[in-house]
Design a protein around this ligand. Structure first.
Ligand code: PDD
Length: 285
């Protein structure tokens, strides 16, 4: 089935949805994005994703061409037009079309806003059942990872390097501490059952799933420390997991050569995945 794409106020079949070669997203990676999960045809954790999009735009001096209600309406309409039950909505906003120049185009240049859907079975996920392996790699990304920009070459390189090493993904390390995964937040559980996740800063993306998981941990009396952790702590952890919009909570059972939790998803990780799906599914809009 051909998808229906949203592009600058129009709804077009994917074969007709086109962006200019002069788009600043194409030429300069001058753009931001969001990924929102769809479950039962509804938007999961939508408020967080909408707020982070606004923040990314603000940080880069970009203006969203839709107001809050308009943005929600477009998200809902793309689900309806594509008859989507499960998967993700990808949204990309760039600084628009202009001659190639390092200086931004004049104020008032219309931005480019694109949304498309991508189907994914988010509930039945082998990685969630069995856990994934990660490789530790240096974090060579830029210094404002708190902004969700479309410049993703290094995360792609890290993912490929991880795969070459026989792992599923990369955990990135900077100044002796784990920052995050190539496209997810990294967490560990210590031997005395403390959930450790890095505190927010310019070093990592403020994950929306991370925020929900921390809320759920508090509700269930799980002890949490928000602080950087080292690769040595990670390999010695009782449990490890990642969080992201379409993965929810996925266990990590191997970090480089080290087997975590006997190679099986940990109990706390499994609980958090269940709590996340139950509560965020019920609250989806
Ligand atoms: N990735 N850190 C990075 C670098 C990410 O790219 C992502 C999300 C996250 C988790 O954020 P959230 O819980 O809000 O999805 C953390 C998305 C899903 C992607 O690029 O496909």
């Amino acid at each position: 089935m051909t998808r229906i794409i949203y592009i600058n106020g129009e709804w077009l079949p994917e074969s007709e949805a086109k962006v200019s070669v002069f788009d600043r997203g194409f030429l300069m990676a001058d753009g931001i994005y969001e990924v929102t999960c769809v479950l039962d045809g509804k938007l999961v954790d939508y408020a967080g994703h909408a707020a982070r999009l606004q923040r990314s735009a603000r940080e880069l001096g970009m203006v969203l061409p839709l107001d809050e209600d308009g943005l929600l309406a477009v998200h809902r309409e793309i689900v309806a037009r594509n008859g989507m039950d499960q998967g993700m909505i990808y949204l990309q906003l760039t600084r628009g079309v202009a001659d190639r120049d390092f200086a931004y185009p004049p104020a008032g240049t219309p931005p480019t806003l694109v949304l498309f859907t991508q189907a994914k079975n988010v509930l039945e996920n082998r990685a969630a059942e069995e856990g994934i392996a990660v490789a530790l790699l240096p974090d060579l990304r830029w210094g404002r990872r708190d902004i969700k920009t479309i410049q993703l070459l290094y995360p792609c390189m890290a993912k490929m390097e991880a795969k070459e090493r026989g792992a599923d993904d990369a955990w990135l390390v900077e100044d002796g501490h784990v920052t995050e995964s190539s496209a997810a937040t990294s967490h560990i559980v210590t031997a005395d059952d403390v959930l450790v996740t890095r505190d927010l800063s310019h070093a990592l993306l403020p994950g929306i799933t991370r925020a929900s998981v921390l809320e759920l941990a508090a509700e269930h009396g799980i002890r949490v420390e928000e602080r950087p952790f080292t690769p040595a702590e990670a390999v010695a952890a009782r449990e490890a997991f990642i969080t992201s919009a379409t993965n929810f909570v996925v266990p990590v059972v191997r970090i480089d050569g080290a087997v975590i939790g006997g190679g099986k998803p940990g109990a706390l990780t499994r609980d958090l995945r269940r709590y996340y799906i139950e509560t965020r599914r019920a609250a989806a809009i």
